[in-house]
Design a protein around this ligand. Structure first.
Ligand code: SF4
Ligand code: SF4
Length: 205
């Protein structure tokens, strides 16, 4: 998360700096678990597939929204990303780009937790037994799903995410949550001197 790493020093002392650092650190901590899960079971998204985002809009927490907002505000693609956010049709995620061959996700480095866990984590049933379901984009034939209880389920990561906000955070759909976060973070960044009054960067990362 280079953009966020570069941004944090200029936000020192502001409330959003601590929140951004906490969510950045949390994702840095849990991402290796998801990578290891996929590696150990030999699970890979087929090249070019991104269909899970086409008719899905994630609910995200305030911290996740802040991270995406900071990324958008500091991105060289800021205007295009803002346009995307504002022009969503309400069916699929507005940050999905059908034509981006790599990930299709235009904010991939700061994508929300649920998006990181697609195919990368199991769920837990009411008896505490871990289960895993393949998405429609992958053929799971031949993949042995043994010893799933070696891994933490999605609910574990979700609880830790909510705990970052004292369990008091309401999740909101991504477009609304990020728009609110952009307003908040933009004001704080302006206050910090990161942006000049005319909207240009006075303290670029
Ligand atoms: S999680 Fe499934 S639908 Fe989404 S990109 Fe991977 S294979 Fe495709
Ligand atoms: S944030 Fe990215 S990964 Fe998540 S649904 Fe939107 S486009 Fe897909």
């Amino acid at each position: 998360m280079e953009i966020i790493d570069d941004l944090l020093p200029s936000l020192k002392g502001l409330g959003i700096a601590a929140e951004l650092k906490a969510i950045r650190d949390y994702f840095d901590k849990c991402q290796p678990d998801f990578t290891r899960f996929m590696a150990e079971y030999g699970i890979h998204c087929p090249s070019g597939c991104g269909s899970c985002c086409e008719h899905f809009i994630p609910d995200i927490t305030r911290s996740e929204a802040l991270l995406i907002a900071a990324y958008i505000l500091c991105s060289k693609e800021k205007d295009a990303l803002m346009d995307r956010l504002e022009s969503g049709n309400g069916d699929g995620c507005p940050l999905y780009d059908l034509h981006d061959a790599d990930h299709h996700c235009t904010i991939y480095p700061v994508r929300p937790l649920i998006c990181r866990m697609f195919l990368s984590a199991c769920s837990s049933d009411k008896n505490g037994v871990n289960r895993f379901s393949f998405c429609h984009g992958i053929d799971g034939n031949g993949i042995q799903l043994e010893n799933l209880n070696r891994f933490q389920p999605m609910s574990y990561y979700g609880e830790k995410l909510r705990a970052l906000e004292g369990n008091g955070s309401d999740a909101k759909l991504l477009p609304e949550a990020v728009s609110k976060a952009i307003n908040r973070i933009g004001l704080e960044m302006m206050y910090s001197g990161y942006f000049s009054d005319d909207g240009g960067e006075s303290n670029p990362a």
